[in-house]
Write a protein that binds this ligand. Structure first.
Ligand SMILES: N[C@@H](CCC(=O)N[C@@H](CS)C(=O)NCC(=O)O)C(=O)O
Length: 212
């Protein structure tokens, strides 16, 4: 039995996308993005009360990139894993991007009242997020994917791009735009998106750095 604990528009989308790529049977447990993640029953699965938590093979994986690496190794025939330095670097680069998205999400969406939001933090984090986009754009010179072919590293990074576009636009980075379109056209990516009527984390398509 495989069971994924998921919140829409969060890092658990990586694992959901991967499960769909692998065409595995699983149960999806949808959580609200709120204090209920700190309920004792859920804390028994994830010690910090976050998503994802993937119940699999009599264990629980509670790091999204760990889950991608585990699933890739569990299903070698799908060839979504890799070996060596490039694989490890680009898989984990997903979190280099996501750390800035998490900070921006805290500032723009989670912090109340709005006066508590910091223009300085939002500005710095958006700039640093933009630098990660530039690094990816460079990596994509002469290649369609981060490794030689589509892999879980693209899932790690592609999900971060899906989220990151709420704060930094992709348009200045031509290769990155093409790459994102390529990933977003995948049926498994589309299946991992929130459905009509689902509660979203982001109420706006784009969040500008606040004034003041
Ligand atoms: N490094 C972890 C980060 C997990 C994480 O922070 N998830 C966020 C959603 S993207 C979360 O659950 N936040 C809820 C909270 O902080 O209360 C991973 O990649 O799985």
């Amino acid at each position: 039995m495989i069971r994924l604990h998921h919140c829409h528009q969060s890092r658990s989308m990586r694992v959901l996308w991967m499960l769909y790529e692998l065409d595995l049977e699983f149960e999806l447990v949808l959580h609200a993005f709120d204090r209920s993640l700190r309920d004792p029953a859920y804390l028994a699965l994830h010690p910090a009360g976050r998503v994802p938590a993937l119940e699999i093979d009599n264990g629980v994986i509670f790091e999204s990139l760990g889950a991608l690496a585990y699933l890739a190794g569990r299903h070698p025939d799908a060839r979504l894993g890799g070996r060596g330095i490039d694989w490890l670097n680009w898989l984990n680069f997903g979190e280099t991007i996501s750390q800035h998205i998490a900070a921006l999400t805290q500032q723009h969406i989670v912090l109340y009242p709005p006066e508590a939001r910091s223009k300085v933090v939002c500005g710095i984090e958006a700039k640093r997020l933009e630098k990660t986009f530039a690094a990816l754009n460079g990596r994509l010179t002469g290649r369609d994917y981060l490794l030689d072919d589509f892999s879980a590293a693209d899932i790690a990074v592609g999900q971060a791009l899906y989220m990151g576009q709420h704060f930094v636009r992709l348009d200045p980075f031509m290769r990155l735009c093409d790459y994102y379109q390529r990933l977003a056209a995948r049926p498994a990516f589309r299946r991992a998106l929130p459905g009509q009527g689902d509660t979203l984390l982001y109420a706006q398509d784009f969040y500008e750095v606040p004034d003041g």
